[in-house]
Structures are given as structure tokens and as C-alpha cells.
Design a protein around this ligand. Structure first.
Ligand code: MSP
Length: 535
């Protein structure tokens, strides 16, 4: 089945921070997991380069929007590669093909009678690129997100007749109770719709940095319409741009593909038929209204199928505040990766903050989770198990039956993990697997194989325990691959395991007899002075 997952496209008005890495990693985890299930995945991310946020930032920096976009888009692309993210395409809204796609769709909406010209008068936040209604405004004239003074705008615009979609939107929400997840966000979006939706500006006359309105090039497309349409336009040319690029067949295990799906050689240029509509669209809660209200209405107006699910995650908070470029309290993901590696960051974010909720991140909790969970629990379990196989069985995995005490811990595990992923419960999936890692550690503690090793009469029991541990490790490593692609990939290789599909994650299905390979520590101790300053 086709599985199309997207992240929001990021504003290039500044450099990427951990909040951006967060959504991209989540999408990568979903994509890798679905590939393990044998689904045909397309994973899109990219940069949002038009509009006021970028034009104003360029002006402040004394450069052109285009130059700033080029410079920062590269930083986002680098981050994607450094995170080991396996996106299939990286879209830039300054791509000519994207602009062409936007014009086509807007013309279609215009021809369909969903657009009229009028005058907008009201509040506008140039950082959000959002028109604010009176009840959204804070302290009389401030942006509730950026806390800056809002601008009073009055300009001639083209409007999208969003109000005409009130009923179709209500119907969509009635028919699809999981259109928006988690539930609280569904309720928030629905109550917004039920409160009555107003028409929204579709063009800006005062700005030139954008896609020209096809029927009136004195205007540019309002950046949110331009941006939202990326999810659709990308499919029309991603295949073409990716032709010639290829990725290792075993995509779940290749650590840093960073773009280019296995499309080369297929000659398929337009992927729209194959992947539209998106299966899951990940967003932060600040952009819920655009994705849960305007976006489906826009698609309905263009006569296109609406996405399967919009999943809104929460904020990463530092000292109780949203980490954000405009608030200046950002963490540099490049720095964290430098000291602790990508896996550590991937693990930390989804263990620390329940996906879908807000949660605080800090240096202290990062260091604790690295040491206690990654190094001591997972890393140590792997090191100990392999060391015992070496010491007691000359490095050969024993042929034995899996111990029943452990088998019960694995019963239904892969199915439960898949269920979580189907509902986009990324943290719950990780927690489920992690409790099994702990169970394995407990098992080693309880069985004390080093005692049994002293008793030649207990060889069969020791075989079974060691086999059970290796099997357990193999299954958790397979399930953990989307979260910890580097460490789990190395562990599976040391176990001689080639098949890392989810079909192989059945406890007891691997025969013994394989020779294990040496394994460097999965999560080495990090020197205190090398720890990142900010996290
Ligand atoms: N360009 C728009 C999105 C257009 S999508 C058609 C935009 N860009 S953004 O760069 O400002 O934000 C992109 C995403 O990063 C949003 O989903 C936002 O929620 C997320 N995050 C930014 N800061 C964040 C945190 N501190 N924590 C979690 N996510 C954060 O909005």
C-alpha cells in the first residue's frame, strides 16, 4: 500500500533548530517503520521560502530574499542529512515546478468560482504570516505566538471563499473522527469550524516575493496557500528530479540516505496517482488552523481528495517556553548530534516528550536518558549478551528453544507497536519497545547466566537462556531500527541478521548456529566537557 508522509515546510528566515528537527525525525521514524512493513513510502520535507517572514528577515540582514532562501535552505537540507533522515524528496517553494503547480491549482479554484476580490482590513502578524481575528489578538495589539506588535493592514486582496466550505468541513469531521489527531486537536479544529469560518485572503498586493497570481500578476499568492500546496505539487515533479538518484535497497538500515527514493529506473515522473492523498501529515499545533481547516477546504475547492490524517504534535519547551527563533531560546541540533550522535537525539525526543503533547527538554534530562537508557539499558544489554556468547559459546549462537519466560514478553509486541504507529503514537510505540528492553535486562539479572556457566550440568539451560537473549535483542533491535537506525543496524549486523523487515520480528523465528561479529559500544561514554552547552 502507498504511504505518503509529510512534514511542514520550514521557513528559511533563520537557521534550523531542534523544534524543526523534531517533526522531521518523527516523519522519518514513521517512514522507516512503514518501509519495514513493506509499504511503498513517499516521505516529503522541504523549505517554505516566500512571503513576509523571509522578505522581512532578508531586509533586516541587508540581503535579498532569494539569497537568504538559498543560504538557509541548504542548512535545512544539511540538517536532514545529518539526522539520518530518509526523505524521498526535498521541496523548495522557489522551485519553478512548484510555482507552476500553484498557479494551475489556483486558476482551477478561481475558475470554479471560489475566489473574489475584496479589501482586507484587520490585524496581521508578519512572523506568522497570518491574519489575526480580534479574539486571537493579545493585549489589544500583540501576536499571541510571537508577542510582537501586530500590524494594522488594509489592502485589496483576492479572497478564498472558505465560508462556503463550512458544511463540507463539518461533514468531513463527522465522517472521519480521526481526520485530526490527537483527539484534543480534533476538537479544537472542529470547534473552530463550528464557530463559523470566514473567507481568507489568498493574495497579497503589497509584496512581490512570491508566486504571481495567474489571473492578476500584480498580486502574489499569499504564502500559506503557496506553502500548503507543496504537498501536492511535489509529487508532480519529485520523480523527475530524483531520476538518477538511488538509495540502497535496504532503506530502513541505511543511516543517512537524505533524499532519493528507489524511483530511478522506473521512469515514473509524476507520482501523484501513486501517492495522493497523503496518509499522514505531521504539523506543530501552531499551524493547526491552516492544515485542519483551510487545507482540506482548499483541496475540496480544487476537487482533490483530502489527506488521511493530520497529526499535530506539541511544543518542545525550554524553561516552560516554546523554543522558537523569535524568542531566541533555541537549541542547535547540529551541536547535539556532534557530541552524542543522531540516535541519542532521536531517542531522547520521543522518550522525553509524549508525541502530541508539550514537554520540556533540558541538558540534564538528555544526559540522564543517554546514560541510563541508551548506554546502560540497551547498550549494556547488547554488550553483555554478546560477551557471554563469546565467553561461553565461542561466539556461536546456541541452537535451543526460546525460554517460555521471555516468549510471553514478546507475544503480540510487534502488533502492538504497529497499532501505535497506525495511530501515529510515536512515543507510545517507543515506550512499548523500551519496556521489553527492560524486561530483557531483568531476565539477565534473574537468571544470572554467569552462575550457570560454572555448572557443566546446566549447559542446556544456559543454551536456552543465551538463545532467548539473542532472540530478544534481535527482535527489539528490529523494532527499534526506525528510532535508532545506527545502533540497531550495527547490532543486527553483529548478530548476522540480514532481514530487518517487521516480518522477521517474530520472537523465536531465528535458528541458532550463527557466528556473531564483534560490536563496538553502541553508546559510548561521552566526556563531560564534550557535552553540548545548550542542552
Ligand atoms: N512555513 C510554515 C509551515 C508551512 S507548512 C505548509 C511554518 N514554518 S516554521 O518553520 O515556523 O515551523 C515549522 C514547524 O516547526 C511547525 O510545525 C512548528 O510547530 C514546528 N516547530 C517550531 N518550533 C517548535 C518547537 N519549539 N517545538 C516543536 N515544534 C516546533 O510554520
Amino acid at each position: 500500500m502507498a504511504y505518503y508522509v509529510t512534514t511542514p515546510i520550514y521557513y528559511v528566515n533563520a537557521e534550523p533548530h531542534l523544534g524543526h528537527a523534531y517533526t522531521t525525525i518523527a516523519a522519518d521514524i514513521l517512514a522507516r517503520h512503514m518501509r519495514q512493513r513493506g509499504e511503498e513510502v513517499f516521505f516529503l520535507t522541504g523549505t517554505d521560502e516566500h512571503g513576509e517572514p523571509v522578505a522581512q528577515a532578508a531586509e533586516r540582514l541587508g540581503t535579498t530574499p532569494s539569497e537568504l532562501a538559498d543560504r538557509n535552505s541548504v542548512r535545512f537540507r544539511d540538517l536532514v542529512a545529518r539526522l539520518g533522515v530518509t526523505n524521498d524528496f526535498f521541496i523548495r517553494t522557489t522551485d519553478d515546478d512548484h510555482a507552476r503547480g500553484v498557479s494551475e491549482i489556483l486558476q482551477r479554484i478561481y475558475d470554479g468560482g471560489h475566489v473574489y476580490s475584496g479589501t482586507y482590513e484587520g490585524w496581521y502578524c508578519p512572523r506568522c504570516a497570518d491574519f489575526k481575528t480580534d479574539n486571537e489578538v493579545e493585549d489589544g495589539d500583540r501576536c499571541p505566538v510571537h508577542k510582537i506588535e501586530l500590524e494594522r493592514e488594509k489592502e485589496d486582496n483576492y479572497f478564498f471563499r472558505l465560508s462556503a466550505f463550512q458544511e463540507p468541513l463539518e461533514r468531513l469531521y463527522a465522517e472521519r473522527p480521526d481526520f485530526v489527531l490527537p483527539r484534543n486537536r480534533f476538537n479544537e479544529a472542529l470547534s473552530f469550524i463550528k464557530g463559523g469560518v470566514n473567507d481568507v485572503s489568498l493574495s497579497r498586493a503589497s509584496l512581490s516575493w512570491g508566486v504571481p497570481i495567474p489571473w492578476d500578476p500584480r498580486h502574489v499568492v499569499y504564502v500559506w496557500f503557496d506553502a500548503l500546496l507543496n504537498y501536492y505539487t511535489a509529487l508532480s515533479y519529485a520523480g523527475e528530479q530524483n531520476a538518477g538518484l538511488s538509495r540502497e535497497q535496504n532503506t530502513t538500515r541505511s543511516p543517512a540516505a537524505g533524499g532519493g527514493m528507489e524511483l530511478s529506473g522506473t521512469g515514473e515522473r509524476d507520482l501523484t496517482e501513486r501517492f495522493w492523498p497523503p496518509t499522514v501529515q505531521l504539523i506543530g499545533k501552531d499551524i493547526l488552523k491552516f492544515h485542519a481547516v483551510i487545507w482540506p477546504a482548499l483541496l475540496m475547492a480544487a476537487d482533490l481528495p483530502t489527506p488521511g490524517r493530520i497529526f499535530s504534535h506539541g511544543y518542545l519547551l525550554i524553561d516552560e517556553q516554546k523554543m522558537s527563533k523569535s524568542l531566541g531560546n533555541v537549541i542547535d541540533p547540529f551541536q547535539v548530534i556532534e557530541t552524542h550522535g543522531t540516535d541519542a537525539l532521536r531517542h531522547y525526543l520521543f522518550r522525553q516528550v509524549g508525541f502530541g503533547q508539550d514537554g520540556s527538554v533540558s541538558t540534564a534530562t538528555f544526559a540522564t536518558r543517554y546514560t541510563t537508557e541508551l548506554a546502560n539499558e540497551y547498550g549494556n544489554l547488547a554488550a553483555r549478551t554478546l560477551a557471554m556468547i563469546h565467553r561461553y559459546r565461542d561466539g556461536v549462537i546456541p541452537q535451543a528453544a526460546a525460554p517460555a519466560a521471555l516468549a510471553s514478553a514478546f507475544e503480540g509486541l510487534a502488533e502492538r507497536v504497529c497499532g501505535h504507529f497506525d495511530r501515529v503514537e510515536v512515543s507510545a510505540a517507543l515506550d512499548e519497545i523500551w519496556s521489553t528492553v527492560r524486561r530483557l535486562n531483568q531476565y539477565v539479572q534473574d537468571q544470572a547466566p554467569w552462575q550457570l556457566a560454572k555448572d557443566p550440568g546446566a549447559a542446556a539451560s544456559l543454551d536456552s537462556i543465551l538463545y532467548g537473549l539473542v532472540e530478544g535483542l534481535r527482535v527489539v533491535a528490529t523494532l527499534l531500527l526506525p528510532f535508532l537506525p545506527d545502533a540497531s543496524g550495527r547490532l543486527l549486523s553483529a548478530l548476522g541478521q540480514v532481514d530487518d523487515s517487521l516480518a522477521a520480528a517474530v520472537y523465536g523465528s531465528m535458528a541458532g548456529g550463527a557466528q556473531i561479529e564483534p560490536l563496538a559500544p553502541l553508546f559510548p561514554k561521552v566526556e563531560a566537557e564534550a557535552e553540548p552547552a545548550a542542552i
